[in-house]
Structures are given as C-alpha cells and as structure tokens.
Design a protein around this ligand. Structure first.
Ligand code: GDP
Length: 370
C-alpha cells in the first residue's frame, strides 16, 4: 500500500476486505499550451474603442462580438455593451426598420431571402434580426432551428443574427433593439425584424420598427392563421404569399377580401393607407412592388413628420421598458425576495393570504432591503 493510500480511513485494518486506492489526478482537458493561449485570447474582452472602430468600419466579426455582449447577462459584458451602444448611437438611426410577421410556414424566411437578395442586387446592405417568443417558453426556437436564408447568409451585404434566446420577451426585445443600433452604426441601411405572429412579440416588434408587414396565406381563415385583429390593424401592408401555381386565383380573391376588411379599420395616425398585395416569395414575384410600398411609406411619413414622431415615441417607450425590466430583474433576483416569494406563494395558494397583501409584503420587504 502506498503512503497516499494509507490516508484513506477505509484502509484501516479494522475494515477487513476493504481496500481503497487513490485515484489518479485528472489531467487538464486542454494539454496543448498554444490551444490554451488561443482560448484565453478568444475570451478576452477588447477595449470599447476597438469594438466601436470595428463596427463603424463595418467589420462583421467585431459587430457579432458586440452583439454577443449585448445578449450576455454577465454584468461585465453588459457594462461594456452599454458603452459600445452609447458610442454607436450618434451613428445610428439612418436605416429603415421593417417588422415582418406571419404564422410559421407562411414563408417569412423565404420572403426575407427574396427581398434581401433583391436589395443586395441593387447594392444595398441589410441586417436580419429576429424576436422569437418560443425561446421564452420552451427554450426552443421557431425561427432558429432550421437552415434558413441560405443564399442570403452567404451574401456579404447581408448580416443575419438569430433571436437572442434567454430571458423574458421584454428582455429579448430590448436586446434586439440595442442590436439595431449596432447594425445601423455598421452601415446596414435596411433592418428586418422577423417574428412569429401568434403572440405578443409583434407588439414588441411594432414598437421598434418604422414599417410593419404582415404575411398571410390565401384560403386559410384568419382564425386558422392565428392572426388577431389587433395585428392586422398594426400592419402597414398585408402581403398574401404563395400566390403561385394554382393558388394565384385564391390569392387574388383573398386580396379583395382583406382590402375590404382593412378599410373598416380606423384611419392610421401616420396618414398612410395600408395596402394588400400578393406575392410569391418562392418564385420571387411581386417582391419589387412590396419594396415600392415601403419606399413610398417612408417618403410620405418623413414628409408629414410621422416617421420621426414615431421614432421619438419608441425611444421613450424603450426607456420605460428598460426601467421596468431592470426593476423586475433586481427584485426577483434578490436572494431574500426569492425565498420569501416561495413562502408567500404557498400562503396565497392555500388561501392564507390574498395576492394583494402578499405582493404588498414582498414590495415592503424589498424597499427595506435597499
Ligand atoms: P416561415 O416559417 O414563415 O419562415 O416559412 P418558410 O419561409 O420556412 O416557408 C415554409 C414553406 O413554404 C417552405 O417549404 C417554403 O419553401 C414554402 N414557401 C415559402 N414561400 C413560398 C411561396 O411563395 N410559394 C410557395 N409555393 N411556397 C412557398
């Protein structure tokens, strides 16, 4: 028995039949020194100015690194991200921000690819971001789990970033809004924000975009498509996709129906009359007419001042959203509150306390902690 083995109490003669050997020391998982140095270097954060200079030059690698910081929940990363955003802010705001929504399968990625290629063929740059509500509930992703926009992904003038996956919808939306600022500073003049039109995420998307495009299908009732009336009211343009093959006639009929339906909606503050068009993202038909509408909208709302009014309203909206989000996070993350929430939840569930009294007590406790 080695000297080391004799340290094990089980090896004492009183425990007959037991013999415990010392294990061997666990080797380092990375034995190659140059690999170690590479990994350390990879994780190292850069000075703020390096990110900012890179972004302003349109360097995709540095832009992506900065977006990763925006998405990170580490305090150190967040601090750096906020400094980068502050430095990029004066260089942002000059893109057109387009929200695109529609149920899964309607053809959002096919459409964005078609419109994106149309724009890059004209020498334009675009960024595609997403807000994916599924990540909130299931940690899965509707918008990120398939190979999407392959053609656009390999286009140097397009930057595609999947939805940030962690956190509440408010948190994910805030990160996307901050990413818009970075992309604009990097010279992307067209920003697409995609979301699945089935929940509340389109309200978040609407609150950060200039133009809201709703993709629909012909022959499927609104209820079937899960599109709520409120979402249709938000739309600046409805495009009926998959208007190809023997679907063309149905799409034209749907166009008339939707046109009649949206006429009944209250007039928009923007002064813009939403239109209904048909397109085939797959066959790249009708894409140019849709882009014309977006350009027309932009011109009209810049001329009547609504474009900037809406942007200002969005800026204050996001200030309040960020405060709410931060306050909520601070509250629920506090260890004492975490404990107390569990206890009071049980009181509420067993009718020992009303929800309001429990909430009051928690808020009281929190205010005394500060
Ligand atoms: P998303 O879930 O909304 O992003 O939808 P996808 O872009 O992934 O499209 C769903 C399916 O519809 C795919 O199989 C596409 O090839 C198909 N699709 C998309 N656009 C069109 C179109 O304009 N015409 C036809 N016929 N099929 C399309």
């Amino acid at each position: 028995m080695s000297e080391q083995d004799s340290h094990h109490i089980e090896n004492d003669p009183q425990f007959k039949g037991l013999n415990v050997n010392s294990g061997i020391e666990q080797p380092d998982s990375v034995s190659n020194d140059s690999v170690k140095r590479f990994l350390q270097k990879k994780r190292k954060l850069l000075p703020v100015q390096d990110y900012v200079d890179g972004i302003l030059k349109g360097d995709i690698t540095l832009l992506s690194k900065a977006v990763t910081l925006v998405e990170s929940s580490k305090a150190e990363h967040q601090k750096l991200a906020q400094q980068i955003i502050a430095a990029c802010l004066p260089h942002s705001g000059n893109a057109v921000r387009i929200g695109i929504t529609g149920v899964p399968g309607v053809g959002k990625s096919t459409f964005i690819e078609a419109l994106g290629k149309y724009l890059t063929s004209k020498g334009e740059k675009l960024a595609v971001l997403a807000i994916d509500p599924s990540s909130e509930r299931t940690k899965g992703s509707i918008l990120g789990d398939k190979t999407r926009m392959e053609e656009l992904a390999s286009d140097n003038n397009a930057y595609i970033r999947p939805s940030p996956s962690a956190g509440s919808l408010g948190g994910v939306a805030r990160k996307t809004r901050e990413t818009i600022i970075l992309c604009e500073a990097a010279g992307y003049k067209n920003i697409f924000i995609e979301t699945v039109g089935v929940g509340q995420s389109e309200t978040a998307v609407h609150s950060m975009t200039d133009f809201f495009l709703l993709l629909m299908l012909a022959g499927a009732g609104d209820e079937l498509q899960g599109i709520k009336r409120g979402i249709m009211e938000m739309a600046d343009l409805i495009a009926i996709n998959k208007a190809d093959g023997n679907n063309v006639e149905k799409a034209d009929m749907a166009k008339v129906q939707y046109k009649n339906a949206i006429h009944l909606f209250p007039r928009k503050e923007s002064g813009w009359d939403p239109n209904v068009l048909t397109c085939s993202a797959y066959q790249k038909v009708g894409i140019d007419s849709i882009w014309e509408q977006i350009e027309k909208y932009r011109k009209q709302t810049v001329d009547n001042g609504y474009f900037y009014k809406k942007r200002n309203e969005q800026a204050t909206y996001w200030m309040h959203e960020t405060i709410e989000e931060q306050l909520k996070r601070n509250f629920y993350d506090h260890p004492e509150i975490k404990e107390k929430v569990k206890v009071l939840e049980n009181y509420v569930l067993s009718d020992k306390m009303s929800s309001f009294i429990a909430a009051g007590e928690l808020l009281d406790t929190y205010s005394k902690l500060k």
